[in-house]
Design a protein around this ligand. Structure first.
Ligand SMILES: C[S@@+](CC[C@H](N)C(=O)[O-])C[C@H]1O[C@@H](n2cnc3c(N)ncnc32)[C@H](O)[C@@H]1O
Length: 466
């Protein structure tokens, strides 16, 4: 790695901000700063293997970028991460010989600039003069890439001419979803549904909110729709903090599928519930809003601080505990335990496209093992007669139905309590034959495509008879 690269790896955000500020002062062409930020986001995920959300938080913490430019940077980066396989296939087919060290290296950000330019031309309907012109300008400003400015111009102009016909003949599901993941989905769901999952996962998710009360009123105020599950759905985009009802704590952001598991536990006044792996607290809020006495446990102090801030905004109460939920022993038991442990999150690719690029096959077994230790402690924390709900936002059977089967096999005192159709707004088609919740990203198709879909969630309910 050249010395300049090493420095940018250590302090990307401060340098990036400095560059943004300089760019703005030096009269950078309109739109250049947003493209520069997009390239930094792409690089952070693909080259530095950092999560997109974490990078966005750091990148934009004190950035002079306008909200619109931030949104554009995020959109471009998200599109590249979703469509990486297709974009790489098209770009590589145009190259007479491969660029040496394509991903990042001696050519600076050349490859990321090309990907961002191609994403704008093929998927974001950016006018060619803007996408091509700004990519060339970016290349010229990149010390290591500048000698390739004519190549960038030629490649992107050709792409602009050919448009989406350049994508014809490409199998988007197989190109964009890593082979190991697509094969897993084929095995678990069959190839036809694996393709539907892939296609739905490549779309951007709408914004779902859980409202404390009056979903119809809030849907009207926010120009959204009330889903059959009771969540309110809005088109994605814009700053959440600016929406009506946010500051006054009338609602919180939560995918419609993520809102379902907490409804299966029988939360209500007088019930004591341990919410294990609770932050940032979507489910804690649901349980507390239902009147339960909630103890929210999480390993991360920083994430608990976010949970506290969320609850404060929502004017809801819970006891917060920073602890490892696999060993936490408070000296008491609970009427119910909700466990929403860390998982591969392959059901949330619509919202977190970096999952496609950061998760590895070996993560499934590591996380499944952690989940099984957390489950064993969850059982210990349960009163006789108590209810346990285990859920994950994963599509992988090891983090779902297989985990439930293994728990039942080693814990004779537990019984599965099947979820019934209609319970908590759950459609019959979202239940497995055993009565577990199994939503898939292509579920909940609506008339408007951009408002369709669900995160892939699994949930199973057990009781510990007294
Ligand atoms: C899937 S998220 C939980 C989402 C949350 N239930 C909600 O609805 O907003 C998983 C959480 O588990 C926490 N975590 C990871 N390992 C843990 C452990 N051993 N004990 C407790 N919490 C843990 C992470 O900090 C993270 O906040």
């Amino acid at each position: 790695m050249p010395p300049g690269e090493a420095r940018s790896h250590v302090k990307p955000t401060a340098k990036a901000r400095e560059r943004d500020a300089k760019g703005a002062q030096a009269g950078a062409p309109a739109g250049l700063d947003a493209r520069a930020a997009a390239v930094r986001l792409i690089r952070a995920v693909l080259h530095e293997r950092r999560s997109l959300d974490e990078t966005l938080a750091r990148e934009f913490a004190a950035s002079p970028l306008a909200a619109r430019d931030r949104g554009l940077a995020r959109l471009i980066a998200g599109t590249v991460l979703r469509r990486l396989g297709e974009l790489e296939a098209v770009l590589k087919s145009y190259l007479e010989k491969p660029l040496p060290e394509t991903r990042a290296g001696r050519q600076g950000n050349l490859w990321f600039i090309l990907l961002a330019g191609a994403a704008q031309l093929l998927f974001l309907a950016t006018p060619p003069h803007a996408a091509v012109g700004l990519a060339v300008e970016q290349t010229r400003r990149d010390r290591c890439a500048r000698r390739y400015d004519r190549l960038v111009n030629a490649l992107l102009r050709r792409l602009a001419r050919e448009g989406t016909s350049a994508l014809q003949g490409h199998d988007s599901a197989k190109l964009n979803i890593p082979a190991w993941l697509f094969e897993r989905w084929c095995k678990a769901y069959g190839e036809a549904d694996a393709r539907r999952i892939a296609e739905a996962s490549l779309a951007e998710a709408p914004l779902d909110i859980t409202v404390k009360t009056e979903p119809e009123t809030w849907a009207k105020r926010l120009s959204g729709v009330v889903l059959p599950t009771g969540s309110v759905r809005l088109e994605a985009g814009g700053r959440i903090e600016d929406l009506a009802g946010y500051a006054e704590g009338a609602w919180w952001v939560q995918d419609a599928a993520a809102a379902l598991p907490a409804r299966l536990i029988g939360a209500g006044p007088g019930r004591t519930i341990a919410d294990l792996c609770a932050a940032p607290g979507g489910k804690t809020a649901e349980l507390a809003a239902a009147g339960a006495a909630v103890t929210a446990v999480d390993l991360s102090g920083a994430r608990l601080a976010r949970l506290r801030a969320n609850l404060d905004r929502l004017r809801l109460a819970a006891e917060l505990v920073e602890a490892d939920a696999a060993t936490w022993a408070p000296g008491c038991t609970f009427d119910a335990v909700l466990l929403d442990p860390p998982c591969t999150a392959t059901g949330t690719i619509r919202r977190h496209p970096d999952i496609l690029r950061l998760k590895r096959p070996e993560d499934v077994a590591v996380l499944a093992e952690l989940q099984s230790r957390l489950l064993d402690n969850a059982v210990r924390l349960l009163k006789p007669g108590g209810t346990l709900v285990y859920c994950t936002c994963s599509l992988e059977p090891e983090e779902g139905v297989e985990q439930a089967a293994r728990l039942l096999a080693r814990t004779p005192q537990l019984e599965r309590v099947p979820i019934t159709p209609g319970e908590g707004g759950i459609a019959p088609g979202w239940l497995t034959p055993e009565g577990d919740l199994r939503t898939l990203p292509f579920h909940l198709p609506l008339e408007r495509k951009e408002l369709s879909g669900l995160d892939g969630f699994y949930a199973v309910r057990f009781s510990k008879p007294g």
